[in-house]
Design a protein around this ligand. Structure first.
Ligand SMILES: Cc1cc2nc3c(=O)[nH]c(=O)nc-3n(C[C@H](O)[C@H](O)[C@H](O)COP(=O)(O)OP(=O)(O)OC[C@H]3O[C@@H](n4cnc5c(N)ncnc54)[C@H](O)[C@@H]3O)c2cc1C
Length: 548
């Protein structure tokens, strides 16, 4: 007796895409999630909706010459695959770049996806041609942000007559394995809750359940909401484990299902590869525990460590997330500082997350156009006014005094900060410079979208006409797990001996976005949502194909 053709654990983006594929093949799905119905879409709902496309019409219209070869060069230079267990991740990387340069955009557009015409430039790199980073802008923001992507797949599973059964508030605690194959799931029924989307919900159980199907897809997300797991998996190459972390994901990103799947016999790999941000700010209006928001910075702020010394080249805002994280971890402090001014914040600060970009989320053209009005964007200004991490002043001396009043900081020596800022400011007097951050700013402004909307002309940070001065205390913000369940190109979960685990599939962040770590050590950004789509689609297709 089975409950459906396929059970999908997790109703985030990867689970939704897998479910849609199963439905499209005329089969039935049972979607099991520990949260309530309001959380459909998981993390993707909160996301900015940035998507990595290669050689898109949007890029071409902006004069960007991208290609499959360039993207693959960037991906492999960024991933740094170097382990025996990178066999499948490497295959996935090739397949994913093919997808991003091929049908990804058209496949999503056929389902209703539209993107904002200005393509952004994430992870600019700053090393050589074969090093980390995007050689060109590739970050396409979904018109409607994260909810716009979720909507496409949610619409399909919620359609009248769809052969879907939803079991919300059902937490899977065990995979049922019989004769070497996964045949179902067991777990606890959690008490009903009406908490809003993203708010941490209770884990009080009111009963037990058991569901059976010939195929189970694990799409349970990563570990970023579980700081104990993040710390336990913290890589030794990154030095000390941070004491203070903010959460960039809701509490349901708890990582439990990875250990459960591993205990059933699946191979879990690359657990020490994670993608956390270094520009986290404390949310003045938190939704989930320790809620932090990521600043998506333009390149002009000067970045100082906790003692006021400038971070080394090329650790500039938006260049190398993980390189910066590794550097910070080794400084012995868990935070750093941006020092900038009103002119820079106005053009160069954006915040990640759908609720921080309501103009794009609500597809409101008038409000989007108002971004070019003078002054910081409204969501950023709210953080300046209300956030604990922001201070401003008209003189550098006053600014440093205010930085020293921010909670939990080491006192800064004014002379150290003044020396760094003044030296940097001297470098903008000429059209040429030895300061590679200033060179990088000039280079970025050769790209039309950056010049118009994202990067200010080089100027003195202390120029009174660009003031007041602003400083931001930046925290480490947990977000993505880059490792996960090892899978082949059909999203079939593998056992430690390399053979496929019958009846078991994995997709999305739980599978390291494909293979157990399609990104290797680092990401080019905008690659996670697409990784959920690509691996979820493969899982849904294979689950149907393999089971008659
Ligand atoms: C603020 C924010 C901004 C982002 N911006 C971007 C972006 O611009 N571009 C990009 O590519 N990516 C972005 N991301 C990342 C991306 O959204 C996620 O990596 C992706 O959505 C993960 O999807 P998933 O389906 O794998 O997992 P999730 O969304 O985490 O869904 C997993 C689901 O499984 C359920 N679950 C877990 N364990 C169990 C269990 N034992 N039993 C039952 N249910 C369980 C959870 O409740 C959850 O609903 C962003 C993420 C956030 C939070």
């Amino acid at each position: 007796m089975t409950d459906a053709d396929v059970i999908v654990v997790g109703a985030g983006l990867a689970g939704l895409v897998a479910a849609c594929e199963v439905l499209d093949k005329g089969r039935s799905v049972l979607l099991v999630d520990q949260e309530n119905a309001d959380n459909l879409g998981g993390q993707a709902y909160w996301s900015f909706g940035g998507l990595f496309f290669v050689d898109s019409p949007e890029q071409r219209r902006l004069g960007i010459r991208d290609s499959h070869e360039l993207a693959l060069q960037d991906w492999l230079g960024t991933a740094g695959f170097d382990r025996p267990e990178d066999h499948w991740p490497l295959q996935w990387a090739h397949a994913y770049v093919d997808f991003a340069a091929g049908e990804k955009r058209s496949w999503l557009r056929e389902r209703g996806l539209r993107t904002f015409p200005l393509v952004s430039w994430a992870e600019r790199g700053g090393y050589d041609a074969r090093g980390h980073g995007n050689s060109v802008p590739r970050f396409h923001v979904t018109w409607g942000t994260g909810p716009g992507i979720v909507e496409i797949f949610a619409r399909r599973v919620l359609a009248p007559g769809a052969k879907v059964r939803f079991e919300y508030r059902h937490r899977v605690d065990e995979l049922i394995v019989e004769a070497g194959a996964v045949t179902g799931v067991r777990g606890a029924v959690l008490e009903p809750t009406t908490v809003a989307r993203g708010v941490e919900s209770s884990r009080n159980a009111t009963g037990e359940f058991e569901f059976r199907a010939p195929a189970v897809v694990v799409a349970s997300g990563g570990i970023g909401g579980n700081h104990d797991l993040v710390r336990r998996n913290w890589p030794t190459r990154m030095g000390r484990v941070p004491n203070q972390l903010l959460s960039g994901v809701p509490a349901h990103v708890d990582g439990r299902m990875l250990a459960i799947t591993s205990a059933a016999g699946a191979n879990l790999i690359n657990g020490d590869r994670m993608w956390h941000y270094t520009e986290g700010i404390t949310n003045y209006h938190p939704i989930w525990p320790s809620h932090g928001i990521r600043i998506l910075p333009g390149p002009s702020s000067i970045w100082l460590d906790a003692t006021g010394r400038r971070l080394p080249a090329p650790l500039y805002p938006g260049f190398d997330t993980l390189g910066t994280l590794e550097y910070i971890a080794k400084t012995g402090h868990d935070y750093t500082w941006f020092v900038l001014n009103a002119r820079i914040i106005e053009k160069e600060f954006a915040l990640s997350g759908q609720e921080q970009n309501l103009d794009l989320t609500e597809r409101d053209v008038r409000k989007v156009l108002s971004r070019i009005r003078p002054g910081a964007p409204a969501p950023v200004q709210r953080f300046v006014d209300r956030g604990v991490d922001f201070v401003s002043a008209t003189t550098l001396r006053d600014l440093v005094a205010k930085m020293n009043d921010v909670p939990d900081v080491e006192p800064l020596d004014y002379d150290v900060v003044e020396a760094e800022v003044t030296a940097r400011d001297r470098e903008v007097a000429n059209r040429y410079t030895k300061d590679s951050q200033v060179t990088a700013i000039r280079s970025a402004r050769n790209y039309l979208a950056d010049r118009v909307a994202r990067v200010v002309a080089p100027h003195r940070i202390t120029d009174p006409k660009a003031g007041p001065l602003i400083a931001v205390k930046l925290h480490i913000l947990t977000r993505k797990s880059l490792g996960g369940l090892e899978t082949d190109l059909d999203s079939r979960v593998l056992k430690p001996d390399g053979t496929a685990f019958d009846g078991l599939y994995a997709a999305g962040e739980a599978a390291g976005f494909g293979g157990g770590g399609v990104h290797g050590y680092r990401s080019l950004e905008g690659t996670f949502l697409g990784g959920c789509v690509f691996s979820g689609r493969a899982a849904g297709r294979a689950a149907v194909r393999d089971n008659g």
